[in-house]
Design a protein. Structure first.
Length: 193
């Protein structure tokens, strides 16, 4: 019987599945070798350092998140459905949610930096048009909802047996209405203020 050829893709696939099912802390050379069905030697040849492999798992997780979220988007209510999709993701894929949320983000010195790194400028324009508010108000609403959704998702992904998702969705809607009302009251600061 010929020897199985171990590829880097197989190693990354195995590491991703381990992270998805058991968490990133279980992504170890021995658990990867067991999953792939080989000795640790081929794993070491692809994983000269585990940090590189973890970065591959994070990149795979980010792609997975994007695909997951896109399957739950409602074109008639993109803003709400995006938040709800992130909450659903936290509930269904808690290990991946934690990897996605807790991975290191460099060059973030403010909430605005975080907002710019985590969102597309097109989203604020879409929100402004959909809700008939100005761009500043749309960005503020989106930032508030981004922070709040990450918080609720983190709570959902780290509690057992877990909070009912309908309770989380209801809380998200309350926050949306509150932040929207607050955004409508605030205007973009002028240079004189």
């Amino acid at each position: 019987m010929p020897k199985q050829q171990i590829t880097k893709e197989m190693v990354v696939d195995a590491a991703f599945e381990i992270a998805r099912n058991d968490g990133m802390e279980q992504v170890l050379v021995k658990t990867i070798a067991k999953k792939v069905g080989c000795s640790v030697q081929p794993i070491y040849s692809y994983c000269k350092n585990m940090e590189g492999l973890r970065q591959d798992v994070i990149a795979r997780t980010c792609c997975f998140v994007q695909k997951y979220i896109s399957t739950y988007l409602d074109p008639n209510d993109l803003f709400r459905s995006t938040g709800n999709a992130y909450i659903r993701f936290a509930k269904e894929e808690p290990h991946l949610f934690r990897i996605w949320i807790l991975h290191r983000r460099d060059n973030i010195c403010s909430l605005q930096d975080l907002y710019q790194s985590e969102s597309s400028p097109h989203i604020a324009k879409f929100i402004a048009n959909a809700l008939q508010i100005d761009l500043f108000q749309a960005k503020q609403l989106h930032l508030n909802m981004l922070i709040y959704t990450i918080g609720l998702g983190t709570i959902l992904a780290t509690t057992k047996p877990g909070i009912p998702i309908d309770e989380i969705f209801a809380q998200l809607e309350i926050a949306y209405q509150t932040f929207l009302s607050q955004s409508l009251q605030k205007k973009e600061p002028t240079s004189n203020e």
